[in-house]
Write a protein that binds this ligand. Structure first.
Ligand code: F0G
Length: 361
């Protein structure tokens, strides 16, 4: 199925093909969250919920383009390293395109929903005794030896598709408010989205469609236990130093070597943005805050909201700003984290009076 007029492919003019292997993807909601806006204290707050894509994460926007390119090249086998979401999307889009997929996952560090997806969509799953960064090292070696076509965000065609997050945000925000958002806050792992959004904005500026002064400030958020990009931004460094040991409940962004940093660092700096890290508890609180507005996200996604709250409370983001937070993956991706963050079910007897008594006690 191709879907040239919907979602990602509506922006075919900025993509390498007119249509792709599609499920289809994109056209995700830009939620209003009035209570959350009030409690954080900014002028406007909208949530771009990328968890509403076909496989439940933004990765689909990149895969619809990347897998199409792979098909065009006639490669036999697609491969990626993943903290989970990339593997789920690659498995689904590979299946859609009738291609073989191989995914390398860090053993014990991938959320249940994501492995379930990769498994059911028939990827060959290798569990590596190491973290995500080691998985990516290995899969890059495999690709270099001609064993597979690499579909991590090092693949530039992935980022082409992910540019459309930026296009959709600007379009919808302008339609609703007659102006562009001042800032976009997003979780950072490999910094692929940061690089992709920056490229999207530069292309619009070069085309004369966006005034340079209207480019939103790109603001990255990492978990405290995996924050090499934040370290580089805060130290004014030109390069990101790889962290060998990383840990966070937000397993999607449990990454020590953000491979797109050379493209993403200038994006944060040149747009006047910044980067900040948040604790796992702050992430869980933000996950609950979003859930209380009906928006269900996985932990890594909630990092954007946790980061915004911190930036406002520290006076780094001003209260008159219009902000969009990106939430990258769906609540159901990580059911264990959702159970841990939420309230426990209460056991009751099989009897109405007993249920009423329980409710009133
Ligand atoms: N949020 C979620 C839910 C993710 O799955 C990822 C990355 C990110 C944020 C970070 O995005 O790399 O563009 O900075 N997940 C990759 C994966 C690593 O394998 O699924 P980024």
């Amino acid at each position: 199925e191709t879907a040239p007029d919907r979602g990602v492919w509506r922006y075919a003019a900025s993509l390498p093909f007119d249509e792709g292997i599609s499920l289809p993807e994109g056209d995700t909601p830009l939620h209003e969250v009035p209570r959350l806006r009030e409690s954080i204290g900014v002028n406007r707050l909208r949530i771009k919920h990328e968890g509403m894509n076909p496989t439940g994460a933004f990765k689909d926007r990149g895969m619809t383009v990347g897998v199409r390119v792979a098909k065009e090249l006639g490669v036999d086998r697609l491969a990626c390293a993943s903290t989970g979401n990339t593997s789920a999307a690659l498995a689904a889009y590979g299946a859609r395109g009738g291609m073989e997929t191989l995914v390398l996952l860090p053993k014990g560090k991938v959320a249940a929903g994501k492995i379930a997806q990769a498994s059911l969509h028939n990827a060959r799953i290798l569990e590596v005794d190491g973290n995500f960064d080691s998985c990516l090292d290995i899969v890059q070696d495999l690709a270099a030896r001609g064993e597979a076509y690499l579909l991590n965000s090092l693949n530039p065609f992935r980022l082409e598709g992910q540019k459309t997050i930026g296009f959709e945000i600007l379009e919808t925000f302008y339609e609703d408010h007659g102006k562009y958002p001042d800032r976009i806050v997003l979780p950072v792992g490999n910094a692929g989205n940061t690089a992709a959004l920056y490229k999207a904005f530069r292309e619009l500026v070069q085309a004369g469609s966006l005034d340079p002064s209207d480019v939103p400030k790109l603001t990255g958020v990492q978990a405290e236990g995996a924050a090499p990009m934040v370290e580089a931004i805060q130290n004014g460094a030109d390069e990101v130093k790889r962290w060998e040991h990383v840990e966070t409940r937000a397993t999607a962004i449990r990454i020590g070597n953000p491979v797109n940093a050379p493209k993403a660092l200038p994006g944060v700096r040149n747009t006047g943005g910044t980067a900040i890290s948040v604790t796992d508890d702050e992430i869980t609180q933000a996950q609950r805050d979003l859930a209380a507005e009906g928006v269900g996200v996985e932990p890594a996604s909630a990092a954007s909201v946790a980061g915004l709250r911190k930036l406002v409370s520290e006076g780094i983001v001003s209260t008159d700003e219009d902000v969009v937070c990106l939430t990258t993956g769906h609540l159901l991706k990580d059911p264990d984290a959702a159970f841990a963050a939420g309230d426990d079910p209460e056991p009751v007897p099989n009897d109405t009076d007993a249920v009423l008594e329980h409710l009133h006690s």
